[in-house]
Design a protein around this ligand. Sequence first.
Ligand code: PBG
Length: 345
Amino acid sequence: MAPDPHPSAPEMQVTPAAFPGRRMRRLRLSPALRALRRETHVSADQLIYPLFVVEDPAAAGPVPSMPGVSRFDMDTLAREAESALSAGIRSVILFGVPRHKDAAATEAHDERGVIPEAIRRLQTFADDLVIITDICLCQYTDHGHCGLLHGRTIDNDETLEVLAKCAVSHAAAGAHLVAPSGMMDGMVGAIRRALDADGFHDIGILSYAAKYASGFYGPFRDAAESAPKFGDRRAYQMDPHNAREALAEVELDLQEGADIVMVKPAMPYLDVIRDVRNRFPSVPLAAYQVSGEYSMIKAACANGWLDEPRVVLESLTGIRRAGADMILTYFAKDAADYLRRGLDC
Ligand code: PBG
């Protein structure tokens, strides 16, 4: 047998020096040394800014359970997008609040509905701004569940057809990425097929692949008026006790054609982010620092119990360190501003 032309190096048998030969503090002694040794960075390019858009201008204004967050009408939305861009934020995700809800979520895929209208309003920024849209029915159904109901159960497969129509209506209006969040089985594949059938091959899918049935969505449901009128979402969103199941969810969404996969919420699920990163090293991975994560930091800071810039950046750093490439966060604009001012955790 020919000798191996590339023999692997013998395994290194290096026993690192112990104290006093080795002193970990040497690389912590100055800001420049700490910067040199730093393993993880947060940059504004990695942040996605969630924006709530209301169809009824009278419904615009601050969200009480999310201090600092507002619901925008079409005009104020355009101004907020401009302000995000000038802060250095280059991606937004839009959540629509329609005027009318019904059992069939008709407004969710109306091409003159709140989200297509918002996307068209943002087209002047479309060369600089990544426009992502959330695809779900809960804001559009009168019962507040994420799919169409038969009695008290969701009809998964019938819901897929509606989700596919939503995605096409957003793509036709000019969205760059669509983000299905309803945790229906097969939603990514159904949306991919519908987009391709209508010629939207280049519109990507950011899938909420591992979305947990979390108590941390409370403030969002105030903002989006999307709380279920009965029951809860445990029959479709994931059980918080499970991590291996998240890997199966991610694998299926990748098979169905997801371009980016997401873990949500972020801070209580850092282990899941790490597991997904380890199992799928090459896949773009997003994490959503959700409304409840935002509001609890805000509340503590408002009381003077925490230092806001420092803990905001520390929380985002932790999510990045766990393995997320990008983060959806209501702090996006603030964080970009802190980073630009040279603040860090
Ligand atoms: C819609 C949706 C929700 C969130 C994002 N998309 C709410 C839910 O599932 O009830 C939560 C985001 C947040 O809490 O910030 N399905």
